[in-house]
Design a protein around this ligand. Structure first.
Ligand code: NAD
Length: 662
């Protein structure tokens, strides 16, 4: 057979097959194969190994050697590990001298994460060196501080965290690390450890006559406990970068960081064909990248104003295509806040530009105070200055604040233009982006000025939640739990078993939680768009919650979702005390919200003590007051909420007084 242009191979019978591109950047070399494989590869539409350049956000296509193809996977490994980690941290454990700090720092820089040394944090908190803490207060005191510092650090976002040698021995710290991180034990033998620690004299536990015997004893006691870490990596006398490569490789394969089954897509027929011909799956997928799974779609079937809520990973990057498909050449004015802009604006702008839809971007300050007349007027003027016309789109990219404000602006701009919500907080994805309530705050209260204006499309991208601070994530989770508590006991049970996966950024669990919440909200909104009946159920926990938010001055003392969590705790305890639901129901609600890290009691709000009369008065200013009667959402059980105006103010006041008295 005559080799045609672009294909050549060695003598028949020889095992190597060489495939050459017409304009080669490199060669593909396979040690086994045949003409059919060569031709399949050449005719393969995706004969390039494509991957995203994180720096430039641009796609590059090129032919690569097999070695390079393997590299293609390598280059994206740190990114994929960082994405899969979500809010979890990587926690380095092991004995002094095993390399937790030096390897940890390099690992952090490869993954683009912050590095924190827990010992340094402890020294800063105590304003003493560790030796001084041991000398002045003893080991027990140090261990207690260490436990608290590590718990705090685990709560403050993804990072690489090096812990002191004794930290992992504390069962509470181990449990915290399990819940909020992936632990890596750097295991070193005695000779390696002694060589490294010999250079330092700062280790309090080695200050005796026979450091080697002490080290051996520590190994005997601690190694069985370190062995409980998620990963064990041998720490030897090799360059640290090699150890870091091993860690990244091991992390990539760790089950806790594997994509959820729901995230994986079926290989295409041509990929299966390549694999059947002996090409490894990695190379076949690189040649022919797997199709991304379609997002889940929840329809909001309002007559004349129906729209879809799409939920899944990667929707921000795909927004240009999705918007162009649905709205044609409509121009898009993005409205976002400075926090969200830092993480996600470039991706959205790139996607809209690629589709020829980007009209301009407005970046506003983050925070509740942005939902105001002060910001609304210039926002409307800037949108008009962009040249947005009736057929164009406002695109809020942000949490509930940006969604409410930009949605309101869209509703009044040129007497109403369409808008596409791209919610970036969990609260916005499960609640505020769906249902069409828009508005701003005034000195008289929250959301007192606004409109009902339904979005034309909602894109809830689960990937963006990886950058959401954990406290905001919890606040959004309160609204997720609310859907279970108000009408879906089975969902609440699922949350009790799966909340860790949600906080661990498991895409399947997140998608399920958001989809179930959005379906619940959409059902209610379709039944009662303007809140004349059933829609009030969505206010479970809100009558109390809004009063608490007002009492704390809408400050960072209490986030909206935290107020809702306390409000739900109060609603179930009051329901139980009024004999409306079975004993033990409220305790179950409290238990779940508390294990997630949400407050359920008024006294958990930091600062001054509340006053029952004052809270009751604030409830009286709620929008849901009708003819002077307060509206409460009470429950006959989990998943069985109902609306009532039959609770006497004195009953509520006495109940609140008992709660505050503790
Ligand atoms: N319209 C409705 O039906 C409805 C329903 C519930 C709540 N709301 C309103 O929603 C608002 C609260 O929404 P929220 O909790 O999203 O507040 P928010 O918009 O202030 O967002 C919370 C914080 O998280 C940041 N953030 C958001 N997404 C991020 C991301 N992906 N990465 C990093 N940082 C991110 C924001 O910059 C902000 O600092 C309130 O004004 C409330 O009244 C409206």
């Amino acid at each position: 057979m005559t080799p045609r242009q672009g294909v050549s191979w060695t003598n028949p019978g020889e095992p190597a097959l060489i495939v050459r591109a017409a304009n080669p950047v490199a060669w593909l070399v396979y040690d086994k194969g045949a003409k059919a494989l060569a031709e399949t590869l050449l005719s393969c539409q995706a004969n390039a190994c494509e991957h995203n350049s994180p720096e430039k956000g641009e796609k590059r296509g090129r032919m690569m050697s097999t070695a390079k193809m393997a590299d293609c996977g390598e280059a994206s490994q740190p990114d994929s590990v960082r994405m899969a980690l979500g809010r979890r941290s990587i926690v380095m454990v092991g004995l002094m001298g095993c390399g937790k700090s030096s390897v940890g720092k390099r690992l952090a820089s490869r993954l683009g994460l912050a590095f924190t040394d827990a010992d340094e944090e402890i020294e800063q908190s105590a304003r003493k060196t560790i030796n001084e803490i041991f000398a002045d207060h003893g080991e027990a005191f140090f261990r207690d501080g260490e436990r608290r510092v590590i718990a705090r650090l685990l709560n403050s976002g993804p990072q690489v965290l090096a812990t002191g040698g004794g930290a992992f021995l504390n069962p509470e710290t181990r449990a915290n690390i399990k819940a909020g991180g992936i632990s890596i034990w750097l295991k070193a033998d005695l000779a390696v450890l002694m060589k490294r620690v010999a250079k330092r004299d700062t280790r309090p536990l080695l200050r005796n006559g026979d450091p080697e015997a002490t080290m051996r004893q520590l190994m005997d006691v601690r190694y069985p406990v370190y062995a409980q870490a998620d990963l064990t990596i041998e720490s030897r006398d090799t360059p640290h970068d090699q150890i870091v490569n091993e860690i990244i490789d091991a992390l990539r394969r760790h089950p806790a960081l594997m994509p959820h089954p729901g995230q994986q897509s079926e290989p295409s027929a041509s990929t299966r064909g390549l694999i059947a011909r002996g090409v490894t799956a990695a190379v076949a997928h690189a040649v022919n990248p797997p199709r991304r799974l379609d997002a889940r779609t929840v329809p909001v079937s309002l007559p004349g104003r129906a729209y879809d809520v799409k939920i899944g990973p990667g929707l921000v990057a795909d927004a240009g295509r999705l918007i162009a498909e649905k709205f044609g050449a409509a121009k898009c004015g993005i409205v976002t806040d400075e926090n969200v802009a830092r993480h996600h604006l470039a991706t959205l702008e790139g996607s809209l530009r690629a589709a020829g839809l980007h009209a301009g971007t407005i970046i506003l300050p983050a925070g509740e105070q942005t939902k105001s007349f002060r910001e609304l007027a210039p926002l409307c003027e800037r949108l008009l200055a962009m040249g947005l016309e009736r057929g164009d789109l406002v695109v809020p990219l942000g949490g509930g604040v940006i969604g409410d404000l930009a949605g309101f602006a869209a509703s009044i701009l040129r007497r109403g233009v369409r808008f596409v919500q791209i919610p970036t907080s969990l609260l916005a994805q499960v609640d505020s982006s769906v249902g069409g309530k828009t508005g701003i705050n005034t000195p008289q209260g929250k959301n007192l000025i606004g409109t009902f204006h339904q979005p034309s499309l909602v894109l809830a991208d689960t990937n963006v939640l990886t950058t959401l601070p954990v406290r905001e994530m919890r606040a959004g989770y309160a609204e997720v739990a609310k859907y279970g508590l108000l009408g879906d006991a089975q969902f609440f049970g699922w949350l009790e078993g799966n909340w860790r996966n949600i906080f661990g950024n498991d895409v399947g669990a997140l998608t399920h939680a958001i989809e179930t919440s959005v379906k619940a909200k959409a059902d209610i909104v379709v039944r009662d768009e303007h809140e004349t009946g059933d829609r009030a159920l969505l206010n479970l926990g809100h009558t109390f919650g809004h009063a608490l938010e007002a009492w704390t001055g809408y400050s960072s003392r209490l986030l909206h979702g935290e107020g809702v969590a306390i409000g739900m705790g109060l609603a179930f305890r009051l329901s139980e005390q009024l004999g409306l639901c079975a004993a033990g129901t409220a305790a179950r609600v409290d238990r779940h919200l508390a294990e997630v890290g949400l407050p359920t009691r008024i006294n958990e709000i930091p600062g001054t003590k509340a006053d029952a009369g004052e809270l009751l008065a604030l409830m009286g200013q709620d929008k849901k007051v009708r003819s002077g009667r307060l509206t409460f959402i009470m429950a006959r059980g989990i998943g069985q909420a109902f609306v009532t105006r039959d609770i006497e103010p004195d009953t509520v006041k006495a109940f609140l007084a008992r709660e505050i008295a503790g």
